[in-house]
Design a protein around this ligand. Structure first.
Ligand code: MN
Length: 438
């Protein structure tokens, strides 16, 4: 597991002055990775610092780096974050230390300042090439609340507290933050109807999730033990697993989610490394009333600090709010560590225990991270009790589910005494009206 080191020193300051701005998501203690482009230039791997991104291709050319660091920068300069992630945790830490030093060292400013790109001028892609995508269901408060809506007699199925529940999704429709998408059509069965219809979803929802980016894979047939699991994780991002609840309700049995979940998922531009998150770890524990995990999902490090203390927010801006110049409205707040029944390491260990191979760039969704209180729900399905109790926005508009023109933005940050606050930036997308049916 990543330990605190000089890169987390709260006294550390960057010559990029905006990195010190109050509330900035990207102080020098963060240094997340993303894939960025300015104008018609080629895509580059960037590291966020303040309101800028350090272009690693330019930085590799201009900086004074040792031979070992040049080797680490090589795949990044070529725009291949996956190849860098595959080098492993030690390589990531070495580069982090060097970037931290260079961005703090005033004598490097003249060389590296020309490598900065203003984030406001950038287009973002998904941060890496995502091979396979798995969505888990670790939010126990979400699972219980949704279970009550779908199966009042058995909200939490008996396997929930034993198995980290998940399904294999599709990577092809994971979209970068900022990319709008069209309301999907799907097969739904209206209440009381004999037969389903194909129509635009009337119950479009968001899901507040964390994305877990795999850095180092494993060969088929060779499970990753819990104690090594985090060595295979590059970092975390924000993830909105858009869902069509009417389609889901009709199709989900017996094999689970399908078209209700495969039309769009939005990932944040920046991957915050596990190293940056080192000061924000929390213990993982189970209530004595619950079953303890099976031995392959138990470990001392996991118990001592397997959880991540990430504060999460969902913001909604309707088209009317945007037109009136009104800011987005916060729908709910939650916390990864409070919401998750399983840790990141447990997900990796469980995913591979039967021999499944992970590869660099695979993405796990955590599942919807609703907090224990009803107002901490990470989806509209929960906030509006299945659409039966609409919420009223400051404009007087009501929402049961997401409407055309709505922009949903996820935000996340880590804050605790003795550490500098770091953030995840925004994970945002706007819903466009359904296409005419063909
Ligand atoms: Mn989901």
């Amino acid at each position: 597991m990543s330990e605190r080191d000089a890169t987390h020193d709260p006294a550390l300051r960057s010559w990029v002055e905006s990195a010190q701005a109050p509330g900035c998501d990207f102080p020098i203690q963060n240094l997340p990775f993303g894939r960025v482009r300015r104008g018609d230039q080629p895509w580059r791997i960037g590291v966020a610092i303040g309101d800028q991104a350090l272009d690693l291709r330019l930085a590799a050319e201009r900086g004074r780096w040792s031979g070992a660091l040049r080797a680490l920068l090589h795949p990044l300069a070529a725009g291949d974050l996956n190849a860098f992630m595959a080098l492993g945790a030690q390589a990531r830490r070495s580069l982090r230390a060097a970037l931290s030093h260079a961005l703090a060292d005033r004598s490097a400013q003249a060389l590296l300042a020309p490598c900065l790109l203003p984030q406001s001028q950038l287009e973002f892609d998904v941060p890496c090439t995502i091979g396979d995508y798995t969505d888990f269901y670790v939010g126990i408060h979400h699972a219980a609340a949704v279970g009550r809506l779908f199966r009042p007699d058995a909200p939490l199925l008996p396997n929930y507290k034993w198995v980290p529940i998940g399904y294999h999704g599709r990577a092809s429709t994971i979209l970068p933050s900022g990319r709008p998408f069209v309301r999907p059509h799907g097969q739904v069965r209206p209440a009381g109807a004999d037969a389903p219809l194909l129509q635009p979803t009337a119950r479009l929802d968001y899901e507040l999730e964390m994305g877990i980016v795999i850095g180092v894979g494993n060969p088929p047939g060779q499970p990753i033990a819990l104690a090594q699991a985090e060595d295979h994780v590059f970092g975390l991002a924000l993830f909105n697993d858009w869902s069509a609840r009417d389609v889901q309700a009709w199709e989900y049995q017996p094999l689970g989610p399908f078209l209700a979940k495969n039309f769009a998922s939005t990932v944040s531009p920046w991957v915050v490394t596990l190293d940056a998150l080192a000061p924000f770890r929390r213990a993982f524990s189970r209530s004595p009333d619950d079953p303890q995990p099976l031995p392959y999902l138990q470990g001392a490090d996991n118990a001592a600090r397997g959880a991540f203390d990430v504060q999460l927010e969902v913001w909604l801006q309707t088209a009317a709010m945007r037109d009136a110049g009104l800011p987005a409205h916060c729908l709910s707040r939650s916390n990864f560590a409070d919401a998750a029944y399983w840790t990141v390491a447990q997900l990796v260990a469980h995913h591979t225990v039967g021999g499944c191979a992970l590869r660099p760039g695979d993405l796990f969704g955590s599942g919807t991270l609703s907090g224990p209180a009803p107002e901490q729900a990470g989806s509209l399905l929960e906030l509006t009790h299945g659409g039966s109790r609409p919420i009223t926005l400051p404009t007087g508009e009501q929402r049961r589910f997401v409407e055309d023109g709505d922009t949903v933005t996820l935000r996340g940050f880590c804050q605790r005494p003795g550490a500098v606050r770091i953030g995840f930036g925004a994970c945002s997308a706007t819903v466009l009206p359904a296409a005419p049916q063909r």
